[in-house]
Design a protein around this ligand. Structure first.
Ligand code: PLP
Length: 405
């Protein structure tokens, strides 16, 4: 008789988005005349940039001709894309990353889950609370979380790092000693990001305790303020302790197109074993490459036209973010985020729970957002709105909230 990976049985049901969907369905059935505005999900809405579409068309045509047809991609990804990444995302910021330290993938979600393959089940994991749920769930699957306590909403073996109003939504160095530290800046869901000197403290700490940092920079393109690092490798010593995850989803709208990459520096060692060679082995064995057409589309993001067009898309969303921030602030709400990230993290009024505020907003303004408690216990009494809607819907939503008083 076979057995299963019993760690999967320790996963808690992911009710957040299904709960939201069923509440919205029920409301809509009872009030079919009301138009609902959705500022809940973290998916982009603008179409792919013209430069990206043009590159995809061209690549599709190449696939139809014997001489230019491509089969399996190289293990690490095509060099044309890795060179563009190295030059624009790293060299241009004074960071030296070699081509064979960049691994092209189908996105940051897969990489953030799969990276656990190369680490021992015995490692202690530290994650932020609230958090993008993938880091936690994949460590539960990997047997690093221990048992779940319904009363606290926490796993016994995970080191939780609360991100609260009191610490400005930047985690404090943990009291218990972690082996693996997950950081994500700019952050989903809080919409806050980390100044360079604060990130340097994490790098120094990781080097001191011998921990590895898994740094998710999926929202890097939204950084607007100076002194906010775009890559962890802007910090001294990060190439000896950090792996960086990146995505084309939020900077260029590839959520349905699928493209991302992971950087594993060769200096990152565990004793005399290089993590770069472990990840290369894992990648080559379990992944057969992102499609040629999509890698050409990714390359086009770095062309002159692609850079200008995708920057305009980010600006469009950030204009929404500013509208939400200002609108809510003037309506008397306390809001965070939305300056270097497309998420606004608002404090629920009058001590309402996150779900109470969800119902209140749905019933009184017909707006859908995401309850903060769905991202972890410390997200209670907060609520996430996203800037990924249209200008028109965002403006209408703010107007409704203002009228609601
Ligand atoms: N990392 C964070 C923090 C995210 O919020 C998301 C998606 O919402 C992802 C990664 C997923 O990125 P990708 O579309 O590249 O898988």
């Amino acid at each position: 008789m076979f057995s299963i990976n019993e760690n999967y049985l320790k996963l808690q049901g992911s009710y957040l988005f299904s709960n939201i969907a069923s509440k919205v369905r029920a409301y809509q059935a009872a009030h079919p005349e009301n138009e609902i505005i959705r500022l809940g999900i973290g998916d982009v809405t603008l179409p792919l940039a013209p430069a990206v579409i043009e590159a995809m068309h061209k690549a599709v045509d190449e696939m139809s001709v014997q001489e230019t047809f491509r089969g399996y991609a190289p293990d690490l990804g095509y060099e044309f894309l890795r060179s563009a990444i190295r030059d624009h995302d790293y060299k241009a910021r004074g960071v030296d990353i070699a081509l064979d330290e960049i691994f092209i993938s189908d996105g940051a979600k897969s990489d953030s889950g799969n990276i656990g393959d190369i680490f021992s089940e015995r490692n202690r994991v530290a994650i932020c609370d609230p958090v993008y749920p993938v880091y936690l769930d994949t460590n539960v699957m990997g047997g690093r979380a221990g048992s779940f306590d319904q009363a606290t909403g926490r796993y016994s073996d995970v080191i939780y790092m609360p991100c609260t109003e009191a610490n400005g939504f930047l985690p404090d160095l943990p009291e218990e000693r972690p082996d693996m530290i997950y950081l994500c800046f700019p952050n989903n869901p809080t919409g806050m990001t980390i100044p360079k000197e604060a990130l340097q403290r994490w790098v120094d700490y990781a080097l001191q305790v011998g921990a590895v940092i898994i740094y998710d920079a999926a929202y890097e393109a939204y950084i607007a303020e100076p002194d906010m690092p775009h890559t962890i490798y802007e910090c001294d010593g990060a190439d000896r302790c950090a792996i960086e995850l990146r995505s084309f989803s939020k900077n260029a709208g590839f959520t349905g197109t699928r493209l991302g990459f992971t950087v594993v520096p060769k200096k990152l060692m565990c004793g005399d074993v290089s993590l770069n060679s472990l990840w290369a082995r894992r990648h080559g064995t379990k992944f057969n490459g992102a499609p040629y057409v999509i890698q050409r589309a990714g390359e086009a993001v770095y062309s002159e036209a692609g850079l200008a067009q995708t920057a305009a898309q980010v600006a469009y969303y950030m204009n929404n973010a500013a509208m939400i921030r200002e609108g809510l602030t003037s309506a008397g709400y306390t809001v965070y985020g939305g300056v270097n990230a497309p998420y606004i993290w608002l404090k629920t009024p009058d001590g309402m729970t996150s779900w109470e505020f969800f119902d209140y907003l749905l019933e009184n303004a017909n707006i859908v957002g995401t309850p903060g408690s769905g991202f972890g216990p410390s997200g209670e009494h907060f609520f996430r709105l996203t800037a990924f809607g249209s200008h028109e819907n965002t403006r209408a939503a703010i107007e409704r909230i203002r009228k609601m008083g």
